[in-house]
Ligand binder design. Sequence first.
Ligand code: FE
Ligand code: FE
Length: 399
Amino acid sequence: MRIGVYGGSFNPPHTGHVLAAAELIEKLSLDRLLIVPAADPPHKSLALGSPGPYDRLALCTTAFFRVPKARVCDLELRREGKSYTVDTLAELTEANPGDEFFLVMGTDMFLSFPTWREPERIAALAALAVVHRGESAGIWNRVLEEAEALRERMRARIVTVDNECVPISSTMVRRMLAFGAPDCLDPAVLELIRQNGWYLTGDQLKQLPYEALREVSLALHDEKRRAHADGTAETAFALAERWGADPETARRAGILHDITKALTEAEQLRLCREYGMSPTEFQYENPKLLHAVTGAAVAERIFGESEDVVSAIRWHTTGRAEMSLLEKILYIADYMEPNRDFPGVELLRELVWQDLDAAIFRGLEQSVRHVRAKGCVLDPDSEKAWHYYQKLTERSIEP
Ligand code: FE
Ligand code: FE
């Protein structure tokens, strides 16, 4: 028998995994494909809201149910302590003498293969099946070079498989689950997730205390945007104290303002559809603006935030004429929080303590210049805001 071994955290198992499994079975002419969910990594915790290992196993059983030759296998969960691929393969080959094994791995795993525990022994126990998921030619060439080197050095048998499926990441699937617009999941898997409230589904994100709100918010952000979210929250808090808004509310708006920024354009539009909102033509053409619209909707529907917070998030990117105090605070906090660095930011940071409207105008003017320099069309709301705050401040500001 030809047996494939497909490991991963499957957190959660999505249609990308299922399509890949079917494709692997076909392309490697497998008689069986073992789906091997990984035990919880000992030192790093899984994403917030993730179910435990046996629940992920149950999700896998449901997800791969329709792939005839796939079998979900609890080998890595049963083992005590840290689980190594080499042990899994040793156990499998011992139990199935005479069968031929194929260890499935992505390009990133393959490129780090020599650093795994006992790579030579792994290579002796199984052929390595490297899956190409549309990586760049540069990376793929490195894979081919490394494959040549490993064939020579440890007589590894290496096959490559082109995976024609659209790449789907579990991170993205988890985000869309939390935002109440799940995608790329088998309906039975989705039902199991919802019944148990895994992956932050259900009503559990409504009106969280600030520390919990921050934890969830940062978990849903891209790594690179976490410092900006925190910086904006703390700046908004301080500005609210200075200008007489509620600091707690300002901080909530700050930590949530870019909550949907990590979504792709397609996912932004999917959220709009799911929530029954239609983006304007201008937003369609400038999808970067969509995160303010979807972010406000998520703050309202998923986090149950107040109207103040929702409108501040709605207008944080473009601004508008006659902004509320909280809208102004969030707009400018986003612009000048400590992680921002552009010519003039220091001046803006000083000005904002003396004259909030003047700072708003400076911010708007800078954005207008920036947009025009790029040869882009100015957002109509920004344009109105710019004129409005220009008029409001022209008495107190030198041109
Ligand atoms: Fe933003
Ligand atoms: Fe921002």
